[in-house]
Design a protein around this ligand. Structure first.
Ligand SMILES: Nc1nc2c(c(=O)[nH]1)N[C@H]1C(S)=C(S)[C@@H](COP(=O)(O)OP(=O)(O)OC[C@H]3O[C@@H](n4cnc5c(=O)[nH]c(N)nc54)[C@H](O)[C@@H]3O)O[C@H]1N2
Ligand SMILES: Nc1nc2c(c(=O)[nH]1)N[C@H]1C(S)=C(S)[C@@H](COP(=O)(O)OP(=O)(O)OC[C@H]3O[C@@H](n4cnc5c(=O)[nH]c(N)nc54)[C@H](O)[C@@H]3O)O[C@H]1N2
Ligand SMILES: [Mo]
Length: 768
């Protein structure tokens, strides 16, 4: 661990030699197999394999290296030489492993054989595939259908995901929550509510045509680094970028293109953001309202002078509803309130408005900084309001760009992984498979966790993911998870969730996406959908990490075979042998999205399944896009109070969600540790804290429970007063399960009410 008194260390631009060193370090620490680096050349290219890291689109005109630092890390991490074989358990018990750091648990390497937990010895033991599947089916069949949850993280391809949802429905439940429930569910609900589309409206051509980006709470340098290339190209042609983020994130400040030898040699930096507004956590509603107010004032002035209108009046009249009520709020809200709630100066917001008004085509980009709030859907509604003032949705170079997380998180929803029954064409499923699909809604992840707490949920099947670590209430979650009748984890590596086995617990190890998937008809192609709703084929070529691994598809088919009765329409063997047949089923179920699916599978850049709002078709209740009149100026669920801070939970450059690659958050200058609290220097002074002091965070939620995380070293940081930041997932112990977006139930991980107290040296170190 480095000396925290040296932190933060000054960091260089995003990209550049730093990213090359980052890849090199993971190449060494992941102990990647020979040839792993060559695999990267096939990443994100037609007929190659699609990166398992983020969901950023793969362009048709790909670069020589169409991967980024973090995509490389994800691939190398799965291509490790290390193996967590059944013999590993000769030397370790589950209880012992709980004291290990998450990083070390995953470093044990790729899982190689199916495992069953043996309570007597407190170890996992090897079990044959047939025995595992039969054992799982036997226990699941003793449970009622609504007592079982079929979760998926966003990794598995469209084919396995479609059949996984079918397996759950054949079992009798729509309990199909997904990682997006903790992520962009706010988009699926909030964006859909106002423009009729649960996903973004822009495509690659829009990135190339825009002259302005407004960035709210999305961190491309860390989370979608390939985004930096179109941003750099946009800057080169004179486009403007305006950013709202409590932290000055390096990728939004400057970038050196690692693919440009001259720029690498000379250290040529592209300045990314023209304006950088360090908004308070939860202050975006006020900030956006301020910009809108300034735009409306400018439009009033133009009208008075008889000049051209600033607002796109034709668009507003023809395509929207609710404008007058929104206009009324903009006029009535006073600047001092906007300034207080946003933490930004009136002048700065007027500058942002001027840039917005000067641009012909604007794209609104957002991520977790808007979605993970108690009023996250309102945040999205506000960004849509801003865009609609000048008709910036549904035309070239303009639109909404929510940046999704897991590589196939959006696509899994498209093909039926949905807890809401009305999102799925159940009649088609009935016709295709001759059964009665359940009609009641299933559980959202928040309901599922509540169900674990009150023991109404008794079994969990997890297609990827690490739920015990990813959801709020980690401490209660560990006991509740272990209290189930059965847990089934389909995973590539060991993770913390495996360490809290249910009464019957199985780990089923699967292939990673870069690996060959040989079935009866040969090596199989899978497919995924990216953030721009483009569908890509993906073919693995690497030798599997173990001969005992099965593909996600093979595992899902095995579960389906074991759980469903005789039904000639269920052709598990044939589907497993030829994934193309499953694509035909997907096309039959969703003909508007997947026409000529197999024929178009390898289209460079993917094939587009079409988004109505992109063409100004609004699938909302009134048939128009809806202006939202805000009834509040922030997105948090609690009042400001002496001693209360808003905690944002952040990702480092050296992690993918709960997978911690290492302890270097290069862009933020935090090295060697994750046990830190980033704090404004004036706040530190006011609280009597000095650099390096150890503190504990106490959740200040309005329920009785004390949730505490100790052992954090205070680091002075450029962050607005009243806002503090620390790492996810370590902080999840502080979040109440009831603390979520009011419309979509997405946990409000970016505005957690906390207090700070001094922590004694050595007292209760956080576990990682
Ligand atoms: N390397 C890497 N890549 C990833 C992931 C990873 O963990 N590591 N995770 C993947 C997943 S699943 C997802 S969902 C995406 C997540 O990618 P992002 O959407 O970028 O998510 P975060 O990094 O959690 O937060 C984004 C930004 O929001 C800012 N922020 C916090 N609170 C506020 C606020 O109130 N207002 C505003 N305007 N900004 C705020 C934070 O400072 C941060 O810069 O990335 C995906 N890609
Ligand atoms: N406080 C706080 N909490 C958060 C967030 C936050 O910003 N702050 N972010 C939330 C977000 S955006 C998300 S998406 C969730 C993430 O929640 P999850 O999706 O549940 O978690 P991951 O860490 O992505 O899952 C990692 C595990 O997936 C398995 N895995 C990896 N690759 C594969 C594969 O190809 N196939 C299969 N079957 N398994 C694989 C590995 O075993 C690995 O251990 O966390 C959420 N929690
Ligand atoms: Mo996510």
């Amino acid at each position: 661990m480095s000396d925290v008194n040296d932190l933060p260390k000054k960091s260089g631009p995003a990209g550049g030699w730093g990213s090359m060193r980052g890849i090199k370090e993971v190449l060494a620490s992941s102990r990647a197999e020979p040839g792993a680096f060559q695999t990267l050349h096939r990443q994100n290219k037609p007929r190659g394999f699609m990166c398992t890291s983020c969901a950023w689109p793969k362009p048709a005109n790909y670069k020589q290296f169409e991967f980024c630092e973090n995509g490389a890390k994800a691939t190398l991490w799965e291509s490790t030489r290390d193996r967590c074989t059944p013999e590993f358990w000769n030397d370790h018990t589950v209880t012992e492993l709980r004291s290990w750091k998450d990083h070390d648990v995953e470093r044990t390497g790729r899982l190689t054989a199916p495992l069953r937990y043996d309570a007597e010895t407190d170890r996992y033991v090897e079990v044959g595939w047939d025995e595992a599947i039969a054992g799982i089916a036997e226990v699941l069949k003793t449970l009622k259908s609504d007592e079982v949850v079929f979760y998926s993280s966003g990794h598995a391809g469209l084919e396995a995901s479609y059949l996984y949802a079918l397996v759950a429905r054949l079992f009798g439940t729509n309990n199909l929550p997904q990682s997006s429930n903790m992520c962009h569910e706010t988009t699926s609900v909030g964006l859909k509510e106002v423009i009729g589309s649960p996903v973004g409206t822009v495509i690659w051509e829009d990135l190339e045509a825009t002259d302005c980006f407004f960035f709210f709470g999305q961190n491309p340098g860390t989370n979608s680094p390939r985004f930096l290339h179109p941003l750099k190209e946009a800057k080169n042609r004179g486009a403007k970028i305006v950013t709202f983020n409590p932290l000055r994130e390096q990728g939004l400040v400057s970038f050196v293109d690692p693919q440009n030898p001259l720029h690498m040699a000379t250290g040529h930096e592209t300045i990314i953001s023209d304006q950088y507004h360090q908004v308070r956590a939860g202050g975006d509603v006020a900030a956006i309202l301020g910009i809108c107010k300034a735009v409306i004032e400018a439009d009033d002035a133009a009208q008075e002078k008889g000049g051209a209108r600033i607002l796109d009046v034709a668009f507003i009249e023809e395509h929207t509803t609710g404008f007058d009520a929104f206009l009324d709020v903009c006029r009535k809200t006073q600047w001092p309130d906007i300034v207080r709630e946003s933490g930004l100066a009136e002048e700065d917001l007027r500058d942002a408005a001027a840039t917005y008004m000067a641009a012909e085509r604007v794209i609104g980009v957002y991520g977790m900084g808007l979605t993970q709030h108690a009023h996250g859907a309102l945040n999205i509604g506000m960004l849509v309001n801003l865009m609609m003032l000048r008709g910036n949705i549904g035309r070239k170079g303009a639109g909404m760009c929510p940046v999704r997380g897991h590589s196939n998180v959006q696509g899994q929803r498209t093909v039926g992984i949905a807890e809401k029954a009305n999102l799925v064409p159940m009649d088609r499923l009935r016709e295709l498979f001759d059964f009665d699909p359940p009609t009641e809604d299933g559980t959202h992840i928040v309901d599922a966790v509540q169900g674990l707490f009150d023991r109404s949920i008794k079994g969990f099947v997890s297609l990827g993911g690490n739920l015990v670590r990813a959801v709020p209430e980690q401490a209660r979650m560990e006991d509740a998870w272990a209290g189930q009748e059965i847990s089934v984890m389909i995973s590539t590596k060991l993770n913390r969730t495996h360490l809290f086995p249910a009464k019957h617990a199985y780990i089923l190890p699967c292939l990673s996406r870069a690996e060959r998937d040989i079935q009866a008809t040969g090596n199989q192609t899978i497919s995924i959908e990216d953030s721009f709703s483009m569908i890509h084929g993906s073919i693995g070529q690497r030798t599997p990490a173990s001969e005992h691994l099965r593909s996600e598809m093979a595992i899902v088919c095995a579960l389906g075979r074991a759980l469903s009765g005789d039904n000639p329409k269920l052709r598990w063997d044939e589907w497993q042998a030829d994934y193309g047949l499953v694509r035909d089923l997907i096309e039959a179920t969703y003909p508007d999205d997947f026409g000529r699916y197999n024929a178009r599978l390898h289209t460079p850049g993917g094939f587009w399944r079409g988004i109505a709002a992109h063409d100004r078709i609004w699938k909302t209740e009134p048939g128009k896009a809806i202006f939202t009149a805000p009834d509040r100026l922030n997105s948090v669920s609690f009042d400001d109070m002496e001693g209360r801070y808003r905690l944002i939970t952040i990702r480092s450059n050296d992690q993918f969600n709960t997978t911690i690659y290492g302890y270097s958050d290069r862009f933020r200058g935090i090295e060697g540790t994750r046990d830190v609290l980033l704090m404004n220097e004036d706040d530190m002074r006011a609280a009597g804290l000095a650099k390096g002091d150890l503190v504990a965070l106490l959740s200040d939620a309005e329920d009785d429970e004390t949730r505490r995380l100790g052992g954090l070293a205070v680091i002075p940081y450029e962050i607005p007063r009243g806002t503090v930041a620390s790492y996810y997932p370590e902080c999840n112990v502080l979040i109440s399960i009831a603390h979520h977006d009011i419309t979509s139930k997405t946990p409000a991980s970016k505005s957690i009410p906390v207090r700070i107290e001094r922590d004694g040296e050595g007292r209760e170190r956080p576990r990682m």
